[in-house]
Ligand binder design. Structure first.
Ligand code: SF4
Length: 682
């Protein structure tokens, strides 16, 4: 047989994962190949943040697209919930079952008892928001809010009227002489910013790292403050006390730009230094060195704050307090200064019209919404009869898994999950719909670290039953007999219309490069120091430090077998994704990590089986050493994506009580007890 060869085709792509990178790449496709249509993805060298490399997690995305475990046909449950036990059905049959169920629910209950739950598993605007056309039409309830950085965003917004104030390319601005990396494990979670920081280090910029883990960037830093988790605001209080006592603050800046700043002075006038240093867990000299750096590099200091800092009941206030250091020093609105956190607010005015069009919001009444963090308790109430999940793996990502999984077990709750792979949530699904990968759909992506826009030009999917989120809900709407013309639009036409709504210079940039960046290296947002607040000034009305006393007391109760639990993502995993290609690391999720000294103090050794328990759950884990931790801290990696490890998920232990300002997940506000396993568990 003569084998035909076809020319390869290039398509611009963007990694749509919920990640700082939003890497832009060139996808090389062979559209005629029977299966392996995406040949490779080459990260763009010319993109100033992607810089020609992916993270180690996603070097081989083409192997995921055609993975043997990808769900390629719709699946119908056989047997009880809690196992991935299905039979294959046709897409037509799936639609028939779902429409019948929807009509039945509408007859017996309110339409609001149909609940759409989605998050950022795919950050594309169309992928996330186009399904809302369907939910709006049917009058369903949807989830809102988030479980990630919303606490910090809310805290910063109280100060500045926005949480986005700084151009992250300031990391390599020559005016930046000191970078303070506060609670951000750049080398593992934001390796493109890490690359920029390494460039700055080479140029002689000083780096201070403040973290509860001795991360790789901490090892490269000029100064490392190894603090106990959740004590960041105590450190801030001490720093502010020192700045005020030594008159290192910027009085002119404060007078001109900061409303009610005197409240800060009053609150930090007196501090119990010895007690605070003990609670924070650093030596006086380390603290003094930090203050000396801040003094020396006043007006030349940039802060980069990570999201782990705010995964606390008071996370928003903690992030807000960190910002006060930069405010008191006048390190705002000048080259080489500022606060990098989430930059997504910069793009909102540009994106809102697109989002309104994608969701078709103007045409219909507002939908009922529930906070995503409360999904478990909402479902447990019995109000909801159908749950449709996309871009989301709640049975892995949400806290208080016991509660959530109890709710998902309810046989009266009909669950539909759209996903590329079977996962923890599909274990509870009645029907699984095979979803397309991001690269197989047209979409627009708006990064949250380097603000801008980029696109995915969808390549062909070899599996005929796989559908994008929009395609699924569009077809479902048509099967339900909805004749609104919004359901006649193809995904490609939504994509093209969105691009047409953008200013011409953005369209041209996307057309030419595949992306648009809001800032160049030198841009300094808010250099006029006018913020979107009631009087354009920074709002510093207190109190700033009156919170968290009880939690701190609990944390420092000094029980030898009680540990503060933190649950970062594993280096090779992205939330609950990538288990299929990184299967060799799955054992890491069966371990609970402590410092070698803490293991010794427990009278145990590495490799021992232990019982880990708190008010939410009890599970068996293997003890392992992690010297980079702080004494009294335990770590279990989050995001076990495999269905192989029964019930091992750190979110069995995490609280569903949300962070108080932005209602995000307070994942790090929990303690666990570690006890030796008695014979019945071995
Ligand atoms: S996961 Fe993040 S760093 Fe990795 S390729 Fe995707 S966007 Fe880039």
């Amino acid at each position: 047989m003569i084998e035909m060869t076809y020319p390869n085709k290039d398509r611009v792509g963007t990694c749509t994962k919920d990640c700082y990178g939003s890497c832009v790449f060139k996808g090389i496709w062979n559209d005629e190949a029977l299966e392996q249509k995406l040949l490779s993805a080459q990260p763009l060298k010319e993109h100033p943040f992607t810089n020609g490399f992916f993270c180690p997690k996603y070097k081989k995305r083409e192997s995921l697209l055609y993975h043997q475990k990808r769900v390629k046909t719709p699946l119908l449950r056989i047997g009880a919930k809690s196992e991935n036990n299905f039979e294959k059905i046709t897409l037509e049959k799936a639609f028939e079952i779902i429409t019948k169920k929807l009509i039945e629910i509408q007859k017996k209950s309110e339409s609001t008892s149909i609940l759409g739950a989605f998050y950022t598993g795919n950050c594309g605007l169309i992928s996330q928001y186009a399904p809302l056309r369907f939910f709006r039409e049917i009058g369903a309830t949807i989830t809102n809010g988030g479980i990630c950085n919303e606490g910090g965003c809310a805290g910063l917004t109280e100060l500045f009227g926005t949480y986005s104030t700084t151009n992250p390319f300031q990391l390599i601005n020559p005016s930046t002489r000191l970078i303070v990396i506060w609670g951000s494990n750049l080398s593992e979670t934001n390796n493109h910013a890490y690359y920029l920081v390494k460039q700055a280090l080479k140029r002689g910029t000083k780096v201070v790292v403040i973290d509860s883990r001795r991360t790789p960037i901490a090892k490269k830093a000029d100064l490392f403050l190894h603090i106990f988790p959740g004590t960041d605001h105590l450190l801030v209080k001490m720093v502010l006390n020192k700045l005020v006592a030594n008159k290192i603050y910027d009085e002119l800046f404060l007078n001109d730009n900061v409303d009610s700043y005197s409240s800060i002075f009053l609150e930090v006038a007196k501090v119990e230094k010895v007690k605070l240093l003990e609670q924070i867990g650093i030596k006086i000299q380390t603290f003094q060195n930090f203050v000396d750096f801040l003094f020396k590099f006043k007006h030349q200091t940039l802060f980069n704050i990570g999201y782990g800092v705010q995964k606390d009941f008071h996370g928003g206030r903690i992030v807000k307090s960190i910002a006060l250091i930069q405010i008191l020093l006048g390190n705002i609105g000048k080259p080489g200064t500022g606060l990098i956190y989430s930059q997504s607010d910069f793009l909102k005015p540009l994106l809102q019209p697109l989002q309104d069009y994608i969701t078709s919001i103007k045409k219909r009444p507002k939908m009922k919404e529930i906070p995503i963090i409360e999904l478990g308790s909402a479902l447990l109430s019995g109000t909801y009869k159908m749950l449709i999940v996309y871009n989301f793996n709640p049975a892995s990502s949400l806290p208080n898994q016991n509660l959530l999984r109890t709710a998902l077990m309810n046989d009266d709750l009909f669950i539909i999950v759209l996903d590329m792979f079977l996962n923890e949530t599909t274990k509870y699904a009645n029907i699984v719909i095979p979803a397309k990968f991001d690269l197989e759909s047209h979409d627009i992506i708006s990064p949250f670290y380097i603000p801008g826009l980029s696109i995915n030009i969808g390549g062909p999917c070899p599996y005929q039953d796989c559908v994008s989120n929009y395609e699924f809900f569009q077809q479902l709407a048509l099967k339900m007999g909805y004749d609104d013309k919004v359901f006649q639009e193809s995904e490609e036409s939504i994509f093209k219309n969105c691009l047409k709504m953008l200013p011409l210079k953005i369209q041209e940039s996307i057309d030419k490069l595949g992306y648009y960046l809001l800032f160049d290296f030198d841009s300094v947002p808010f250099n006029n120091l006018k913020f979107p607040t009631s009087n354009n000034q920074i709002q510093a009305k207190g109190p700033h430090f009156k919170f968290g006393e009880n939690e701190l007391k609990r944390k420092f109760s000094n029980k030898i077998n009680e540990f503060l639990l933190i649950s970062p993502s594993h280096f090779y995993f992205l939330h609950s994704q990538l288990g299929q290609v990184n299967i060799r690391y799955l054992d890491e999720f069966s371990k609970i990590f402590l410092t070698p000294e803490d293991i010794e103090a427990l009278g145990l050794k590495t490799g021992d089986k232990v019982l880990v328990s708190n008010e939410y759950y009890t599970g068996v884990y293997i003890l392992a050493e992690l010297p980079i931790l702080k004494h009294g801290t335990a770590l279990i990696y989050s995001g076990l994506s495999s269905t192989l490890k029964e019930n091992l998920n750190v979110n069995h232990f995490t609280p569903d009580k949300p962070e108080e300002l932005g209602f995000s997940g307070a994942y790090n506000s929990t303690l666990v007890k570690i006890t030796e396993i008695k014979s019945k568990y071995t």
